[in-house]
Design a protein around this ligand. Sequence first.
Ligand SMILES: Cc1cc2nc3c(=O)[nH]c(=O)nc-3n(C[C@H](O)[C@H](O)[C@H](O)COP(=O)(O)OP(=O)(O)OC[C@H]3O[C@@H](n4cnc5c(N)ncnc54)[C@H](O)[C@@H]3O)c2cc1C
Length: 432
Amino acid sequence: MTRDTPFSATIASPYWLEDAPLRPLGAAALPKSADLVVVGSGYTGLSAAIEAARGGMSVLVLERGPIGAGCSTRNGGQVGPSIKPELGKLTALHGEGLAKRIRDEGYAALANVQDMIAKNGIDCDWQQTGRYLAAHSPKQFEGLERLAEARRRAGEPDLHIVPQSDQLRELGSDRYFGGAVSLNTGAVQPAKLHAGLLRVAESLGVSVHGGSEVTGIQRDGAGFTVAVGSTTLAARQVLIATNGYTGPMSPWMQRRVIPIGSYMLATDPLPPEVAAKLIPNGRMVVDTRKVVIYFRMSPDGRRMIFGGRAALMETDPTRTLPRLYQMMLDVFPQLSGTGVSHAWNGFVAYTFDHLPHIGVQDGLHYAMGYCGSGVSLSLFYGMRAGQKILGRAEGATALDGLQFQTRPLYYGTPWFLTPSIAWYRFADRFLT
Ligand SMILES: Cc1cc2nc3c(=O)[nH]c(=O)nc-3n(C[C@H](O)[C@H](O)[C@H](O)COP(=O)(O)OP(=O)(O)OC[C@H]3O[C@@H](n4cnc5c(N)ncnc54)[C@H](O)[C@@H]3O)c2cc1C
């Protein structure tokens, strides 16, 4: 395709929606009551809804935007075990036993995605691709060697070290100083995964409403009154599944998650001989920077899908596109001049201890804080939240009882983000 500039025909919308468009907003009336009201229609909300509906509850999912408008149709589709802190760090904080249980839950979450896709026949281009962790400096390559050894000693799945001299086997780039492959990572087309979950939820009788922003939740006897604009409805139980979009409707949670924008682009289809050499083994790729970048090929192997934190301050994805494009060219200079078909962003939820959190506060259930790698974790902790709501013992998780931390002067607007990112960029460049 010919473009005047790489961006002259860019659509500001996730590439994934081309194959799995969001449903237009409907005008169906809301039910007057439900056993469970779920706020947020992403993977967390739908996974919890499926579990609760299977357990016999009437379930209503309320979504502010179109159904699936949040991260769950906008992510990179990289599916790994995803618990961020490594075992050593978790052990120092929580002791060996709990640390191991938390790490194991990451692996259980990965197995759960595969199981869910297979059992429900979800067509979402699942592929067991493995992931390449690319070292952005010689020091980080040494760090990966130590990490591989630590994982081996802990009995966690192997990381296979790839020295720089062999790197072209994994990556058509000489930007990195070697890396490591973890085989137990896969890929999905995220919006197709979401559409599949929505189909399963609705087939179980879950009622899912877009354009229904929850504006308030009040205790009402043993249950709750949920306000959607001027309408109110009764819920026996409520789950807050709003992750990086958590707002003033649930202020306690808003003080505990840090919304951070992540930005993505998809290129035009590439010439087959160029595309085939970018990521020869079709892995998911993440680098070792603190301001991380991540990329992959589209499921058909024809486009580069590239993401990262391209802005110091949150902005429109088309405004950050030139910078994100330059970040891609730093890795793959051979893509210079390639057109960008789509650019988009979404808000992930970081937490102060880099762990997800699940629990109950003031009677409201919540599961959130996947720190940018929530495809497997949101499905898993959503399912566990559903089981907890049903009062089932299998809903117990290794995260139960962990303090969901906030910080003084933090009320949900991360005023510290711009200086932190500027500092991390400097550290990535000069210190690590
Ligand atoms: C650009 C990007 C790339 C990513 N890449 C990856 C990746 O490759 N691998 C990975 O594992 N993870 C990735 N993630 C993270 C992953 O997508 C999320 O962790 C996961 O989708 C979270 O799902 P969720 O259901 O908890 O939240 P979401 O899907 O974000 O859903 C929350 C929903 O709550 C709704 N909401 C908020 N407030 C209200 C209200 N008051 N009333 C009604 N509805 C409300 C929002 O509109 C939103 O739709 C990425 C995220 C982004 C943004």
